[in-house]
Ligand binder design. Structure first.
Ligand code: GLA
Length: 386
């Protein structure tokens, strides 16, 4: 990816004259707490040092003219044009944010902008949330207004849900907007309170493994899982009216209601309830420096996503199994929505090279696919650079 100075030069050559602002917003890796955020539960992600960058300058005619350095493509739309264009692809995320901000009566201005990104696409590292949050910040710079970071996350989540059509939770936009360098955030997705927990500064690395299996059915299956969780809560509420979301359901309450739930819905609920407990325990483990316990919880999370929630796939399972066989690996699991994308592993520093080699080889032997690995650092959330 081009750095900001290069992007500024590109801006000059594409649009003429200098840009007036530059922003970045990061992707994320979720350490644990998967498919809990739309159940009012807990998540524990970190922003990563792979991001989306936008360099731009406001316009006064209400036009948004975009150039994607990543795709080598232009796109243009007018503020107030609130229809999603099926041909627009990546620019739909920028349009979606403009539509939501316009609906909230922020003083939007048009802009010329160049976009670039280093977050691997379709890999479960939230390139779309990074693009939404970066777009929001770019509109803030162009229109000279500013949105409080939690509110920015909520508006970008609405763009994804109402405009792009995925009924996502708040995790991705939240961590992209509020991430903190060298920390993971334990987020209570009901109250939006969060706690920044320092990641170990030495001795251990967070390694992301990309299966390079494009995520197929993810949108439709995602919305279906959400509906299954809601069906579970509705059935349980008949005998426990306080249960507004799976967050309010204990394992005992779930078991007492097993007879009113289908087997599938029961297992979906069991995943979410057990995963919430694992998030809270993993935060305690990390704070106590107990990486062995943390890794074991990561492993349990993956197994529950594979068996109860059924959002893993053979490629993710193969990579996770290969990772767990490496000495020096504390734990390994899929990260993000599933059905392809990435794994996250906690690896002793001295084992990282061995990890890449051995997991890469074993993964290729089992799946015929080439893996990619990223050693990442927890980065700050969205910020203005110019
Ligand atoms: C996607 C969604 C998030 C979250 C994860 C699964 O990344 O955007 O809101 O639900 O899947 O944990």
């Amino acid at each position: 990816m081009s750095d900001i100075a290069e992007l500024m030069d590109r801006f000059e050559s594409v649009f003429g004259g200098p840009p007036t602002f530059a922003v970045r917003a990061p992707g994320r890796v979720n350490l644990i707490g998967e498919h809990t955020d739309y159940n009012d539960g807990f998540v524990f992600p970190a922003a990563i040092d792979y991001d989306v960058r936008i360099v731009g300058r406001p316009r006064d005619d209400g036009k948004v003219r975009l150039w994607s350095a990543l795709f080598g493509r232009r796109a243009q739309f007018g503020l107030g044009a609130d229809r999603r264009s099926l041909r627009a692809g990546w620019s739909n995320y920028v349009r979606g944010v403009a539509v939501i901000l316009g609906g909230e009566e922020y003083p939007l201005r048009g802009m010329d902008a160049i976009l670039d990104g280093s977050v691997p696409l379709s890999s479960g590292l939230s390139s779309s949330a990074a693009l939404e949050v970066a777009s929001c910040l770019a509109f803030e710079c162009a229109g000279e207004f500013s949105i409080e970071p939690k509110r920015r996350a909520l508006l970008c989540q609405r763009a994804e849900r109402e405009f792009v059509g995925v009924q996502c939770g708040i995790m991705d936009q939240f961590i992209s907007s509020l991430g903190r360098a060298d920390h993971a955030l334990m987020i209570d997705t009901r109250t939006l309170d969060f706690k920044a927990v320092p990641l170990p500064s030495s001795g251990v690395s967070i390694v992301i493994g990309n299966t390079n299996k494009p995520r197929g059915l993810v949108d439709s299956e995602y919305n279906r899982r959400r509906a299954e969780c809601e069906a579970g809560v509705a059935a349980i509420r008949a005998s426990a009216p306080h249960a507004a979301a799976l967050r309010d359901v204990s394992m005992d309450l779930l078991d007492a209601n097993r007879h009113v739930l289908s087997d599938v819905v029961y297992r979906r609920c069991r995943h979410v309830i057990s995963e919430n407990v694992r998030v809270l325990e993993s935060v305690r483990a990390l704070e106590a420096g107990d990486l062995t316990r943390f890794g074991r919880l990561m492993n349990e999370s993956h197994d529950s996503l594979r068996d109860d929630y059924e959002v893993s796939c053979s490629e993710l399972d193969a990579m996770v199994e290969a990772a767990r066989a490496v000495i020096g690996v504390y734990g390994s699991r899929m990260t993000g929505a599933g059905f392809g994308g990435c794994t996250v592993s906690l690896v002793a520093d001295e084992a990282v090279e061995r990890f890449r080699e051995s997991v890469g080889q074993e993964y290729q032997r089992r799946t015929g696919r080439e893996a990619a690995f990223y050693a990442c650092r927890a980065s700050a959330g969205a910020e203005r650079l110019l």
